[in-house]
Design a protein around this ligand. Structure first.
Ligand code: NAP
Length: 271
């Protein structure tokens, strides 16, 4: 039985994780951390029925009192690094879905995990279809190097571009370099009417323009559009609801228990 703490437990993803952990045969929820609804039974907040775990804001006490095997973090970009370092300092294994961690943050988490001989697993996207989208995009980029990404998310998502878009762009950039191909340079006379109109296109995005849409009605969606002479290839993935992420989260909770010390990134590394 794997004991689990959920950080960000009252959030949209956190509630889904609570329901999943309470519903699986081999996992048991032992702690729920959030700023919202403290003192309330997290099962009631999640809608899966009372489970005897009240929500608390005191992460350190929740972890030291319950000593979970794994902590799952779906909190907010501004809190995830501090939460993670607290858990790692106690030698607790971590599964992180919260986006917004920089390369530097990831290096820091890697070092903190190694120092305590524990493991941290980070996935920008827990949906299996999104992992396949990235693999297919990498393959296509070798033959069709002109590519842009449009990612579309609900209006409450605070970070942009999304972690999935950044990772897809980086992987496309690396695949193009490996294949010795590059995107055509833009015509110098091309006129931009607003700064950023071509989307983010920097080292961090593998020099692949990324466009972010934030609107009510969306959950998590991404299109990778490849253009070539007389043809267009579009690879699109849609997460229709948050349940799409749960098989990936559960897989990560089960695998992180045996992962080597340090950082592992991406669902494909454990599939
Ligand atoms: P959300 O509904 O805003 O949930 C975040 C929750 O964390 C809120 O209840 C928030 O409380 C709470 N929180 C804030 N500060 C905290 C702290 N210091 N300690 C513990 N909890 C804290 O957001 P969401 O839609 O669930 O998404 C959460 C994160 O997961 C985002 O970064 C999102 O991009 C990411 N995400 C990742 C994937 C993936 O597959 N990797 C999929 C979906 C979402 P307050 O509202 O009171 O601040």
């Amino acid at each position: 039985m794997i004991t689990v703490a959920v950080c960000g437990a009252a959030g949209k993803m956190g509630r889904e994780v609570v329901t999943t952990v309470c519903g699986a045969d081999d996992t048991r929820l032992v702690a729920a951390i959030d700023k919202f609804s403290t003192g309330v039974d997290v099962g009631e907040i999640a809608g899966c029925g009372a489970c005897g775990v009240p929500i608390t804001l005191d992460l350190t006490a929740a972890l030291s009192d319950n000593r979970p095997h794994v902590m799952v973090d779906f909190s907010v970009p501004s809190a995830v690094k501090a939460n993670a370092l607290t858990a790692l300092s106690m030698g607790i294994r971590l599964v992180i879905g919260t986006t917004g961690l920089s390369e530097r943050d990831l290096r820091e988490l890697d070092e903190a995990a190694r120092a305590k001989s524990t493991a941290v697993f980070v996935a920008p996207n827990f949906a299996i279809g999104a992992v396949l989208m990235m693999e297919f995009a990498e393959r296509a980029a070798r033959y069709m190097p002109n590519v842009e990404i449009i990612e579309l998310h609900h209006e409450q998502k605070v970070d942009s571009p999304s972690g999935t878009a950044m990772l897809t762009a980086q992987r496309i950039g690396a695949a193009r370099r490996q294949a010795g191909v590059a995107a055509d340079p833009l015509p110098t006379e091309q006129k931009l009417n607003a700064a950023g109109a071509r989307g983010a296109c920097e080292e961090a995005t593998g020099q692949v323009p990324v466009h972010s849409v934030r609107l009510p009605g969306f959950v998590a969606h991404q299109e990778v559009i490849f253009g070539g002479p007389g043809q267009i290839l579009t690879i699109r993935h849609d997460s229709i609801n948050r349940a799409s992420f749960m098989p990936g989260v559960l897989l990560a909770v089960r695998k992180v228990v045996d992962l080597p010390a340090g950082l592992t990134v991406g669902l494909d590394a454990i599939m």
